[in-house]
Each structure stands twice: as C-alpha cells, then as structure tokens.
Design a protein around this ligand. Structure first.
Ligand code: SF4
Length: 120
C-alpha cells in the first residue's frame, strides 16, 4: 500500500505545503503542492534524506567573547546530535579567522564546521 506524508517547504516565506507519496517499495513516487522547482527539489531531498544547517556558539581558551560557528552545508538530520557533541567538545585557541574550518569532517558527514566571525 502506498504511503504519503506532507510537510511545509522552508525554501521561501510562502511556505507551500508539500505532499510526497511513496510506492509499495518505499521509493518516492510523486510530489505535489509545490509552486516552483525549488520546492520540488526540496521535497525530493526532504523525503529521502532530510538535511539541516546547524549553528552554535563555542568558546576559545582565555577569550570572553563567544565564537559563532556553523556547518558549511546541510548535514543529515540524523547526524545533528553527533555533530553537536563534536562542537560541544571543541577546544579552540584564538586567533581564529572568519571562515576558518574548526572541524574538518563533522561526525563523519564530510561537512566542515566553520567560524562565522573572527576572534582575536
Ligand atoms: S514551493 Fe517554491 S514558492 Fe512554495 S515555499 Fe517552496 S520555494 Fe517557496
């Protein structure tokens, strides 16, 4: 029996409600509810491999100012906890440049974590 689910497209503020249907083998069979190609691509990705960008605040030794970091591209949703554990365990030393990689391969996702600002 075919299965279906719906979710809101977060690719733009319009927030179209997307519906995806899977065939009996569990493969993506149909997408509806999108208004543009961006929404169609988002639905395909979200249905089979949901991903999220992560941002966090970390600290460098001896510096009172926090450092914001983020994933350089979305990571699999199932890996969020593992990535946050690695971010939490970071021990950084200033100076750090904006865009500098602080974790090269976050939790085996292949996605780097980068600083979003500089720290002197
Ligand atoms: S389907 Fe297109 S128009 Fe609708 S929310 Fe997504 S990006 Fe925006």
């Amino acid at each position: 029996m075919a299965d279906s689910t719906s979710f809101t497209c977060v690719s733009c503020p319009l927030g179209c409600v997307l519906e995806v249907t899977f065939d009996d083998a569990g493969n993506l069979a149909d997408v509806s509810g999108y208004t543009c190609n961006r929404g169609l691509e988002y639905a395909k990705q979200e249905a089979v491999d949901p991903r999220r960008n992560i941002s966090a605040v970390v600290w460098a030794d001896g510096v009172l100012e926090p450092l914001s970091v983020k994933t350089s591209s979305p990571i699999p949703k199932a890996k969020i906890f593992d990535v946050m554990e690695e971010v939490r365990a970071l021990r950084l030393q200033a100076p750090i440049d904006s865009g500098q990689v602080v974790i090269e391969d976050a939790a085996g996702t292949g996605v780097p974590i980068v600083a979003t600002k500089s720290l002197a």
